[in-house]
Design a protein around this ligand. Structure first.
Ligand code: ZN
Length: 229
C-alpha cells in the first residue's frame, strides 16, 4: 500500500512537472510572439499612399523621385491606355518596387457599362501591364468608385480585389500643397489608405507629407503589404 502510494505520488509529481514545463514553454512562446513584432518594426503605424490616373510625363517622374529619395513604397492605380504611351514611367514604377493596380482602361464609370465592356476595361489594362512590365495585377480601383454587384463579380472572376480608400484629401481639385498635407496628416491612422493622384500639387506636397507622417511614427507600405495579398 505504502509503495503504491509512493508510486502514485511519483506519478502526480511527474504530472505536475509536465504541467509546469508546458506552462513555461507556453510563456516562452508568448514572449517570442511579443518580442518579434518589436524587432521587425511592426509596432509602427502603417499607411499606404496610392496614386491614381497615371502614369504621365510630368507628375509621375517627380513623385517617383521623391519616393525613391525617402525610400517609400507606394501603389499606383494606372489607366490602361497610358501604359503604352508612357512606357518609361510604368517601367520605372515596376523597377522601383511599387505596387501596380488597375484603374480601368480609359477611366469610365464602370457601373454604367455592359458586362463585356467592364471585362474589357479590366482585362485590357491587366494585359497592357503584363506586356510591358511582366507583372500580374491583383487589385483594382474603379474610377469614381463606380462599382456594383456586376463589377464586383467580374473582379472576383479575375481574382482581383477591389481597393477604395480611407482618406481623400481631394488633391485632384488642386486645393494647394499645404491643404493636401494637412488633410492627410490630420486624419492618418494605422492602416489608412490615402487617395492621391499623379498631379502637380500632389508632387509638390509629397516631400513634406512623407516627412510629417514619418515624424508621427508612420511607415509606408504598399496595398499588397497592408492587406497581405
Ligand atoms: Zn481616377
Amino acid at each position: 500500500m505504502k509503495r503504491g502510494f509512493v508510486v502514485k505520488q511519483g506519478k502526480v509529481y511527474l504530472l505536475l512537472l509536465l504541467v509546469l514545463l508546458s506552462i513555461q514553454v507556453a510563456l516562452a512562446a508568448d514572449e517570442r510572439e511579443i518580442e518579434n513584432p518589436l524587432k521587425d518594426g511592426a509596432i509602427k503605424k502603417r499607411i499606404a499612399l496610392t496614386f491614381d490616373d497615371g502614369p504621365n510625363r510630368e507628375a509621375t517622374p517627380r513623385i517617383l523621385a521623391t519616393l525613391e529619395k525617402h525610400q517609400v513604397k507606394a501603389t499606383f492605380f494606372i489607366v490602361g491606355w497610358r501604359v503604352y504611351s508612357f512606357k518609361d514611367q510604368i517601367l520605372q514604377i515596376a523597377r522601383d518596387g511599387h505596387d501596380i493596380g488597375n484603374h480601368s482602361y480609359d477611366h469610365p464609370y464602370l457601373n454604367k457599362l455592359k458586362r463585356e465592356e467592364i471585362e474589357e476595361q479590366l482585362n485590357n489594362t491587366n494585359l497592357a501591364v503584363k506586356k510591358v512590365t511582366g507583372m500580374d495585377i491583383k487589385i483594382y480601383r474603379p474610377p469614381y468608385a463606380s462599382y456594383d454587384e456586376r463589377v464586383l463579380s467580374i473582379g472576383n472572376d479575375l481574382n482581383m480585389q477591389l481597393i477604395l480608400w480611407t482618406i481623400n484629401p481631394e488633391d485632384w481639385r488642386s486645393p494647394g500643397a499645404e491643404k493636401i498635407i494637412k488633410r492627410i496628416v490630420g486624419n492618418a491612422q494605422d492602416g489608412s489608405i490615402v487617395l492621391l493622384h499623379d498631379k502637380k500639387q500632389t508632387a509638390d506636397a509629397l516631400p513634406k507629407l512623407i516627412l510629417s507622417l514619418k515624424e508621427k511614427g508612420f511607415e509606408f507600405v504598399t496595398i499588397s503589404e497592408l492587406l497581405r495579398i
